[in-house]
Design a protein around this ligand. Structure first.
Ligand SMILES: [Zn+2]
Length: 531
């Protein structure tokens, strides 16, 4: 996802879910959700197909239960395989369902009837025009505020939403529309089915008065559309109209688009954009006049492959989602506007990563327990830069093969950073252990003091490179450009805290610069020493 205002987000306390859920694997969810205009109470009926990975006596379902302020869900009834279950216990955010001996088998259908006002996760409010809207906003584990589920990115399932709402609203969701029918009493039922198994973080509904436009340049069999508030349709349709071209670019670069449609939806998400699979939600102002939304759309559309389809095993590896979306955006923009334009963007991203590293001593692969705090420059800009350095290490052809291989192997499932490293080594046939260790598991960014001296007598340049960051010394190739009567680029292989090199110069050197091709994540100070 993308932030509008990084620090303007209301602080949301999100404890990492207990990982005691390794006993079950959810196969399918059916969520029936009834909405109304009189109050913010939702009525839910969930049918969950659970596979038991080994015989269990009880298992947990995540659901935020009603608190003292009246927010949260009240459970009305639970059945297991159509048998009424009285034997369950409640924790604050969890139901523990106990199974009778006869049901301790390999799978079960659990039905949960519930109702309540969502504390979070389903944002029921008024949009900027004062119209009532309902938008799910689940990242990272806010789904269980309004749907009972295993709220963990590592458990993927197919699902369907059957939404009962007042008939003036339209309902958008993941997957394909199975039914939309007007019922008695000005009600409407809308049924969306997603056959692709996904994490709860990207399962959504959006319910509002919408204007909808399908773009004429959509790829065959993949309708790409814009869903905006009717008042913003002209500008919104225009701002979102870059989506089909972006989708085509990634389909070609990474692999076939994995879903059957792409809806781009103006919404009340707390993020700038949220990459819900095949139904991306963007912040309200994204549909306003004179706004270039191209990089935001490119970021969220890249997530359809990375984050949604090939997903991180846990949020510690969030960079596999955000770093990829950041760098895929750079690659898309490079294809459209050229390498100079991408390099300018990379230098801005590098500055953001360096500024962040000044006050953070955390690695990219990070087990922070407040998940919202992982939406930082380590996950985004530094993650993107790590991919860029891998590309410089491998070359364009092998890098693309690496991206495609990783996606192909992990689409529909989850990966961690070790899984990615294995594929990088397999494709490049290089030992990248040190690369991954220093850039992903070690905090900091190389900070270089570069001192140089031109030696007239023997026509050489003496260069001393000192790494002054407080963290460990890094190893990397550093390109230096020397400028005299003519300019030359040479590569120094840095392996130690401080090293001195002597380089032959064909003419008097007047100026030295580092990293002329924008290939290294580093910060530097260059100083000419007078003999
Ligand atoms: Zn993102």
């Amino acid at each position: 996802m993308m932030f509008r205002f990084v620090f303007a987000i209301v602080f949301i306390c999100l404890a990492i879910l207990a990982r005691a859920q390794g006993d079950i694997d959810i196969q399918h969810y059916e969520f029936n959700i009834t909405l109304n205009d009189k109050n913010d109470t939702i009525i839910g009926a969930a049918e969950i197909k659970v596979k038991f990975l080994h015989p269990v006596k009880s298992f947990p379902v995540d659901l935020v239960l009603q608190n003292e302020k009246g927010k949260g869900m009240i459970v009305d009834q639970i059945t297991v395989n159509d048998v009424l279950s009285e034997n369950f216990s409640k924790q604050r955010e969890k139901l523990i369902i106990n199974l009778p001996q006869s049901q301790q088998t390999d799978s079960a259908i659990v039905s949960i009837l519930y109702h309540g006002v969502p504390a979070d996760g389903l944002i029921i409010s008024k949009n900027k025009y004062g119209d009532r809207t309902f938008f799910a906003d689940n990242w990272p584990n806010r789904a269980h505020n309004w749907i009972p589920c295993k709220d963990d990115p590592d458990d993927k399932a197919s699902f369907e939403f059957i939404v009962y709402a007042p008939s003036e609203y339209q309902v958008v969701s993941n997957g394909k529309l199975a039914e939309e029918k007007i019922m008695a009493g000005n009600k409407k039922v809308t049924h969306w089915v997603e056959d692709v198994s996904l994490s709860t973080k990207v399962m959504v509904i959006g319910v509002a008065k919408f204007a909808v436009n399908q773009f004429a340049d959509s790829p065959p069999n993949i309708p790409v559309s814009a869903w905006t508030y009717p008042q913003d349709s002209v500008t919104g349709f225009r701002n979102y109209s870059v989506a089909p071209a972006i989708l085509k670019f990634y389909s070609d670069y990474i692999g076939a688009y994995p879903y059957n449609k792409l809806a781009n939806v103006q919404s009340k998400t707390i993020f700038g954009g949220m990459e819900n699979a095949s139904a991306i939600f963007y912040y309200e102002e994204s549909a306003e006049e004179n706004k270039s939304m191209e990089d935001l759309l490119a970021h969220e559309i890249a997530h359809q492959w990375f984050g949604d389809m090939a997903s991180e095993k846990s949020f510690s590896h969030l960079w596999l989602s955000e770093g990829f979306a950041t760098y895929m955006t750079d690659i898309y923009l490079e294809s459209k506007y050229g390498t100079d334009s991408m390099n300018r963007r990379l230098r801005d991203e590098r500055k953001t990563a360096i500024d962040f590293a000044r006050h953070s001593n955390r690695p990219v692969v990070d087990s922070l327990s407040f998940l919202m705090n992982l939406l930082n420059a380590n996950s985004y800009q530094k993650g993107g830069w790590i991919l860029h350095m891998l590309r410089r290490e491998m070359g364009d052809t092998l890098f693309r093969k690496f991206i495609r291989t990783y996606y192909d192997r992990y689409k529909g499932t989850n990966a961690d950073t070790d899984d990615l490293e294995k594929i990088a080594e397999e494709v490049s046939k290089k030992d990248l252990h040190q690369f991954f260790k220093q850039w992903l598991y070690t905090p900091g960014i190389p900070q270089l003091n570069i001192r140089w001296l031109y030696n007239e007598k023997d026509k050489t340049v003496a260069i001393t490179i000192e790494q002054v960051q407080k963290q460990m010394a890094f190893g990397f190739p550093l390109q230096i450009k020397s400028e005299g009567d003519k300019s030359e680029i040479f590569t120094l292989n840095i392996t130690r805290r401080i090293e001195t090199f002597s380089i032959p110069a064909s003419s008097t050197i007047r100026h030295i610069s580092a990293d002329p091709n924008t290939a290294l994540l580093f910060d530097s100070r260059i100083e000419k020493i007078n003999p």
